[in-house]
Design a protein around this ligand. Structure first.
Ligand code: SAM
Length: 280
């Protein structure tokens, strides 16, 4: 007998039952730490049905088998399909203003400053950091300031390291900060902008799963991990922030997203500003 959930499933182009959703949920959690709520069933179907079409298969069981077998060629697409990459230049701008003040202070007392954009998506966050620093920090050109930018999603990282964006992405940006560091395209490139090599030189892009191994020995002065952990369970968040704290010295700063909170998650930091924390 059909259940109401199965009847609803008949609207799908490819048969998609709760059991498919449950298995995909498990695989998504295993590979990304993202917990998909039941309300994400339609979204899960729509993201992965595109992969079925791309691979020329019609059965979700076959797709689940491909991922369960650890197929390395599909795994990046599997991850990329579900991770939400929304970002923008100078998003939550108060963090970039804080960054400028903090780096201005640090370069007077330290030889090098290390910054990590963890979950950098398509690059808007690390480029906003670098442009803010080049604009606002006196002596930045000779200081040893580097940004590590990492993400799980290799496709999005390729966009980030290319450093080319449509010009409307800068519509709400402060021209005096941005204009010296972007080149506006002409002719067939009009409508696009390219990020200046000086900005790009400050950033190293690397693929890194925050829930996997970190081949990182650096102690970071500042970490941005914004709008990344929203889908992670509290336990996964606890482990992650604990690991961040081990990669920072006392006084290190951590920025999180506007809807995120460390209360009850990590006691190694104290709140010092709007979604700005300091390692105790
Ligand atoms: C919504 S974007 C946030 C981008 C940027 N930090 C911002 O606030 O604008 C979240 C990013 O986190 C990445 N992400 C999700 N799970 C991850 C994981 N387990 N390891 C590393 N990055 C992850 C996604 O690929 C995505 O690019």
């Amino acid at each position: 007998m059909n259940t109401s959930a199965d009847l609803a499933d008949q609207r799908f182009e490819f048969p998609f039952q709760n059991e498919h959703f449950e298995k995909l949920k498990g695989l998504v959690f295993e590979h990304t730490g993202i917990t998909l709520g039941d309300e994400k069933k339609q979204l899960t179907y729509s993201r992965y049905s595109k992969r079925l079409r791309a691979l020329g298969i019609t059965d979700f069981n076959d797709y689940i088998d491909i991922i369960s077998s650890g197929d390395e060629s599909e795994l990046p697409f599997f991850i990329s399909a579900i991770t939400t990459n929304f970002t923008s230049f100078f998003r939550e701008n108060h963090h970039f203003e804080f960054l400028v003040n903090e780096v201005s202070r640090l370069i007077k007392i330290k030889k090098s400053v290390r910054i990590w954009s963890a979950g950098c998506s398509s690059g808007e966050e690390p480029y906003s950091m670098a442009m803010s620093l080049l604009h606002g920090v006196q002596g930045i050109e000779t200081a040893d300031v580097k940004i590590l930018a990492t993400d799980l999603d290799t496709a999005i990282l390729a966009t980030a390291s290319r450093g080319i964006y449509s010009d409307e992405r800068f519509d709400n940006a402060n021209d005096s900060i941005v204009n010296p560091w972007i080149k506006r395209g002409k002719g067939e490139n009009s409508g696009f902008v390219m990020i200046h090599p000086k900005v790009r030189e400050m950033i190293t892009y690397r693929q890194l799963n925050l829930l996997g191994q970190w081949p990182i020995k650096t102690s970071f002065d500042i970490i941005f991990c914004r709008n990344v952990v929203i889908y992670f369970s509290k336990d996964v968040q606890r482990t992650l922030f604990d690991r961040f704290s081990k990669n920072q010295s006392k006084g290190g700063k951590l920025m999180i997203g506007h809807s995120e909170n460390l209360a009850g998650v990590c006691e190694s930091y104290r709140l010092i500003g709007r979604t700005i924390y300091e390692k105790i």
